[in-house]
Ligand binder design. Structure first.
Ligand SMILES: [Zn+2]
Length: 187
């Protein structure tokens, strides 16, 4: 069955591509939009049901868009840049969901990664304010240092409080701006 889905996807993508060769055609595509279906009721362009992340991809040559395409089909393009992009986006969706569920969020790999922190910084999730000496980089650097600590028990109460503050007052509003309209479902 997996190969039937795979073949469906390849055919849909090649039909909408300029090149007839899969290995070349994959480079004509880019991710232009994303959405999370928390009920996982959506169907991928390959026919696979129950996908959670719905991407829209667009071909730069033909201008054709395909929607929705799921994460596993995107990975079959074997494009490192696209894989990176969806890993970061899905990390953001995961964190946003945890925040809305009022989970106790720690700086562990359950919620964060180095590239996720970096993407948060690059996209402006750490605005300058009086708590970071008017430099968002200081918050990013602090979060990265805490994330990299192998011994999380050595994080002090003051540091925990600072982490909570950065999540509540910088990261949460950023994720709301970026993802509120990109999330649908019963949650
Ligand atoms: Zn698929």
């Amino acid at each position: 069955m997996a190969s039937a889905y795979y073949n469906n996807m390849i055919r849909r993508v090649l039909d909408a591509s300029y090149s007839d060769c899969w290995e070349d055609a994959v480079y004509e595509w880019e991710i232009v939009d994303y959405e999370e279906d928390e009920d996982c009721e959506s169907v991928c362009i390959c026919g696979k049901q129950g996908i959670r992340y719905l991407y829209t991809i667009r071909n730069r040559e033909t201008r054709i868009q395909l929607y929705p395409i799921g994460s596993s089909c995107i990975r079959k393009f074997e494009r490192d840049d696209m894989d990176e992009e969806i890993a970061v986006l899905e990390g953001m969706f995961n964190l946003y969901r945890a925040i809305r569920n009022r989970e106790r969020i720690e700086l562990s790999s359950k919620y964060f990664s180095k590239r996720l922190l970096r993407a948060l910084f690059d996209e402006g999730a750490f605005p300058a304010n009086q708590y970071n000496k008017f430099s968002g980089w200081n918050d990013y650097d602090f979060m990265l240092t805490m994330f990299n600590k192998r011994d999380k028990a050595s994080i002090t109460a003051a540091q925990h409080s600072k982490i909570r503050g950065i999540i509540a007052y910088s990261i949460k509003p950023f994720l709301e701006r970026k993802l509120r309209t990109k999330t649908r479902g019963s949650l």
